[in-house]
Design a protein around this ligand. Sequence first.
Ligand code: SAM
Length: 234
Amino acid sequence: MTAYELLASGLGQLGLSVDPQAVEKMLQYSDLLLEKNKVMNLTAVTDPKEVVTRHFLDCAALAPYIREGQTVLDVGTGAGFPGIPLAVLCPGAQFTLLDAQRKRIDFLAEVVSALGLANVTPVHARAEEFAAQHRASFDLAVSRAVADLRVLCELTLPMVKTGGLFYAMKAADCGDEVGTASRAFAILGAPAAELLRYTVPHDGVERVLVRLQKTADTPDKYPRRFKKIQSDPL
Ligand code: SAM
């Protein structure tokens, strides 16, 4: 199978409609990613078909949960995961892609321009600092491979609207991590975690979306400074 066929068939397996233009855009992004990866560290993956399975199809599993008109924050987006694949698949939602590393955000600005993604804003900032001006501002937050849930939730939930949702993408064996974070969930206003299991098409890897609905405002004292978040997690 070509990378195009792999991606189109995988999206179909996830129940997503396959728009040929969206598939082409994602493959264009893959080319940009692998080219830039030769001069800066963006991903451990070097094979275009692995970009499709390990990055695109994993991230695409979140697309069915995003609605037209929603604002979505990707915390610690790195080279654009899950934010860029989701923005291509959900053109009716608005995405803010946040990362603490300037070079990664500069790369994402190039991607946004090359792909003509009018629904993506890359932002260079630390989440705990960005939160000061963006409290309770986003309908949804998403994040993959950034931090342990206790830390990640303190960085992210303050920026989610009350009534909004946070989807943390985690490994299949995240049960203990979720259990340890239950106190943090409650303190930050999202007491009940739901685990949504899925299998990445053509990869076979089992993954989990930890879904947290924010049912109460996050107390003003969170997020604390990063040193404190790390040294004394909730
Ligand atoms: N989400 C991407 C993925 O799944 O490929 C990138 C994961 S990478 C391992 C973690 C990223 O989180 C890095 O790019 C790092 O700069 C960013 N990051 C870590 N802590 C952060 C913080 N407090 N605020 C913003 N970005 C952060």
